[in-house]
Design a protein around this ligand. Structure first.
Ligand SMILES: *Cc1c(COP(=O)(O)O)cnc(C)c1O
Length: 424
């Protein structure tokens, strides 16, 4: 039996409607931006494997760091014990963030980094003896698939089955060009009540919402307002972190900085799962107490896994090298040029670009968004041309590994041009 048939018998895949999905393509090896399939085909990984990969697949420096770590210290309990990979990575993260954040809490993935941030912020008020419960999030937000993360996310198909079990959140529109004044006004009326515990947002780009982008100045004003009322501000940089938007973090485009950062995805270069929640000292301080009830009772079996941490350290080293920084800039410049080339195309509703992210939203008769049926057609069109893109409904986007070459990028751009012609 081949891998595909064995897979169909025993595996349940994420975000996949079993009844209508094509069979999953077995990949046997990957190198750079290329995925090699069992049947001899190869595919260009145009979305960096769900936005995680930075330096290409099976990068030798990360592989070497992992091999060394695996034969030295693979994993230990992280309460009562500590280890150098966790400490070194925390030092490096705090240095790269270069803000108010002075403490790193490790967890397993993006969703858990958000859960940790929310729980810390809520317990912060509890510990101070001034409990607050209200949470503000953006409409169309995506913060992950666990219950807390779903609750602060947009109520859509992803969470519909659990609607009534999710906790209440005040949703405010993300401040896009056309609505930033209204969004800001609504936001200010809510925080003004002085009882908002948390404002959580994806800074500048709502990834899962079709790479929708909003205004830095209005978001900065929201953060400023929230902080002035003592609200804890949480930037979910799980997707936007580590230069995805061209800067180290998307919040670096803002004039106001959030209290907490949630990190994952590109943190390990896309090699192993790891979440990190970066917190300022004033929040940490509220948990330092003689009262055991003030403890942050949260932890995962694999908290600060040394392998994940060593992959992250190796990835950050590569990330900060000139070669990688120059590549990130080249990708951004190439995206800008391509955007110019296709601007005004009749099939395009909007083109959005920030750093290494390029999103092309197609005109559609159906509803905009994730469930738009054109996505299947797009996926197949690009697969036939040895490119893997995973459109978000009617939005084709590219978020390539940073090692992608000009020629490889051009393969994607040419295929997009060809696709645009076929739907004219
Ligand atoms: C992907 C994502 C998450 C969830 O991360 P997982 O590792 O998939 O749990 C949370 N927030 C944002 C902004 C994301 O893009």
């Amino acid at each position: 039996m081949n891998l595909q048939d064995r897979d169909s018998r025993v595996i349940w895949h994420p975000f996949t409607q079993i009844a209508t999905a094509e069979k999953n393509i077995p990949i046997v090896r990957a190198e750079g931006v290329w995925l090699f399939a069992e049947n001899g085909q190869k595919y260009l990984d145009g979305t960096a494997s769900w936005w995680v990969n930075a330096h290409g697949h099976a990068h030798p420096a990360i592989a070497e760091a992992l091999a060394k770590q695996a034969s030295t210290l693979e994993h230990i309990i992280f309460a009562g014990f500590t280890h150098e990979p966790a400490i070194e990575l925390a030092e490096k993260l705090i240095h790269l963030i270069a803000g108010e954040q002075s403490r790193i809490f490790y967890s397993d993935n993006g969703s858990t980094s958000v859960e940790v941030a929310l729980k810390m912020a809520l317990q912060y008020f509890q510990n101070l003896g001034k409990p607050r419960k209200k949470i503000i999030a953006f409409e169309h937000a995506y913060h992950g698939d666990t219950f807390g993360a779903m609750s602060v996310g947009h109520r859509n198909a992803f969470s519909a089955a659990f609607g009534e079990l999710l906790f209440d959140v005040e949703f405010v529109p993300a401040p896009e060009k056309h609505n930033s004044a209204e969004a800001l006004d609504l936001f200010s009326r809510i925080v003004h009540q002085n009882d908002v515990a948390v404002f959580i947002f994806e800074p500048l780009v709502q990834g899962a919402n079709g790479m929708r982008m909003h205004e830095a100045s209005a978001l900065s004003q929201m953060i400023h307002l929230a902080k002035s009322y003592g609200t804890i501000t949480i930037a979910d940089e799980v997707f936007t972190g580590f230069y995805r938007t061209g800067k180290s973090f998307a919040t670096k485009y803002l004039s106001e900085q959030p209290d907490i950062l949630c990190l994952s995805k590109t943190l390990t270069g896309g090699t192993l799962p790891l979440g990190a929640t970066a917190v300022p000292e004033f929040i940490y301080d509220a948990f330092v107490s003689e009262n055991p009830m003030h403890t942050f009772f949260h932890g995962h079996s694999f908290t600060a896994n040394p392998l994940s941490c060593s992959a992250a350290i190796a990835s950050m080293k590569l990330l900060l090298e000139n070669t990688c920084q120059e590549n990130i800039l080249s990708i951004s410049n190439a995206h800008a040029a391509f955007k110019k080339l296709i601007l005004g195309n009749k099939s395009i509703f909007e083109i959005r670009h920030l750093g290494t992210i390029l999103a092309i939203e197609l005109n559609t008769d159906a509803e905009r968004g994730y469930l738009n049926p054109i996505s299947k057609e797009i996926t197949q069109f690009f697969l036939d041309r040895n490119i893997y893109l995973r459109p978000l409904g009617n939005v084709i986007y590219i978020t390539p590994p940073y090692v992608i070459s000009e020629e490889e990028l051009n393969l994607i751009y040419s295929a997009i041009l060809e696709f645009l012609e076929t739907i004219q």
